[in-house]
Write a protein that binds this ligand. Sequence first.
Ligand SMILES: [Zn+2]
Length: 306
Amino acid sequence: MLKMINNPVPWPDGARVAVCISFDIDADSILHLAHPDKAHRMAAAQSFLRYDRISVKRIVDMFDHFGIRQTFFFPAWCMETYPDLVEYILKSGHEIAHHGYIHESPNEQLCAEDEHHWLERGIETIERMTGQRPRGWRAPVYHFSEHSADLLVKEGFLYDASLMGDDVPYVLRAKSGEIVELPSHWGLDDWPQYTYLPELGARMPTKAPDEAMAVFWAEFEAQWKHGGLWVAVWHPSVSGRLARCDRIASMIEDMIEKGDVWFATMEEIARHVQSCREAGTWQPVVEDMPVSSRPLPGATFRPRTE
Ligand SMILES: [Zn+2]
């Protein structure tokens, strides 16, 4: 067979692919961040996002039905605002991971010191509400900064889930040490498939669930074939809507029927690849972070202004 991944991971029990259907529970944090002065007056947009109150429980029940445990990323503000969702998720043994405080952007809104402050603030909330420190982090809107890798290592994180640089896990090497990267990409994100929410500048034509799933499933088939990692980056207010969630249940059935699929939390995947690396059975690509700490020299390229 034509080999497309140079270092496929030896997944547990001979599985062909590791799957994590991860959900980011942003709720209305993103509306308050985008419109601090008027978010409280935007009732319809709020209700769109606060649909998480309904769909998170639906998603947890669906995972429970299939007997799989997955990972939910939370801005800490959302955990504090919707504590019943946290309890519901924990009761079924799913992982809760860090997704900022109120979905702030590390590389657009924060200096290194502020990024560290809000990272610590989220760690405190997760520790207080779940009984353990977070093992993983996903930057809000993938806005990983030049300081993120180093801060995550300093705070003892096991993995990051914000980047898109490989088909299999890889390793980020920062000043203070290393961290496992569990990559995904925009092709596995539900926002471009479905989201029409003009208040947040999202104007995607809404696709039928079958059409969106064709995109996600093509990625799954290829990862299954070549021994990769399939991480969905979905949102309860988007993919947890009834027709879409119903379609996800059929997708999970199809995955189970296909076989050799390892459904796991992000933590389990990160621990597995770490142990393979220690045992010498697998070698990740290692990337120094930040890749670059300053813009390219001005002379490299200048567009003509006429
Ligand atoms: Zn998010």
